[in-house]
Design a protein around this ligand. Structure first.
Ligand code: 5GP
Ligand code: ZN
Length: 152
């Protein structure tokens, strides 16, 4: 049985003691740190898609996008821009992919919300996911309606 132990040392700081990224933020596990500002931390991914592949994380533990409180959103976007530009400059990249996996079905391996910044070079051979067609325009519109309804 997995027991998730939580420590809330102050109102401002929630740490999941089982979480590898919480340990990296706390400096308990070494990382190639590149950004540490306000509520946001960034470091190089240990297994990069391309060299310079960075992970940008909120310092507090939230599992997915859906747990992130709105006030961290602005800080995260600003950090993504700052770190993304720096990654491109340092690697000489001509492009940058921003990605986020939410839940196991989408490939999320680490249960601490994080954004991937992947520097891209022309002809680097990486391909994005394959795309498909809807069965019909009606099929597409029906799904759009269902999503609008879910938004409320
Ligand atoms: P996810 O699949 O959850 O979106 O991505 C998790 C990422 O974390 C992976 O790309 C993986 O290489 C990276 N990662 C996992 N453990 C560590 C670690 O201990 N240190 C660093 N720097 N990256 C890690
Ligand atoms: Zn965590």
């Amino acid at each position: 049985m997995i027991v998730h132990s939580w420590v809330v040392s102050t109102v401002e700081r929630a740490v999941n003691q089982d979480c590898i990224f919480c340990k990296i933020v706390a400096g308990e596990i070494p990382s190639a740190k590149i950004y540490d500002h306000g509520g946001v931390f960034a470091f190089l991914d240990i297994a990069p898609v391309n060299k310079g592949h960075a992970l940008v994380v909120p310092k507090k533990h939230y599992a997915t996008l859906f747990e992130l409180p709105p006030d961290i959103g602005r800080e995260l976007i600003l950090a993504l821009k700052t770190v993304g530009q720096a990654v491109m400059a340092a690697t000489g990249a001509e492009g940058l992919n921003l990605g986020m996996n939410n839940f196991e079905a989408a490939g999320q391996l680490v249960d601490h919300a994080h954004f991937h910044l992947i520097p891209r070079h022309k002809g680097d051979g990486l391909t994005l996911w394959t795309q498909h067609a809807y069965e019909s325009v009606e099929d597409m519109q029906k799904l759009a309606q269902a999503i609008r309804s879910a938004i409320g």
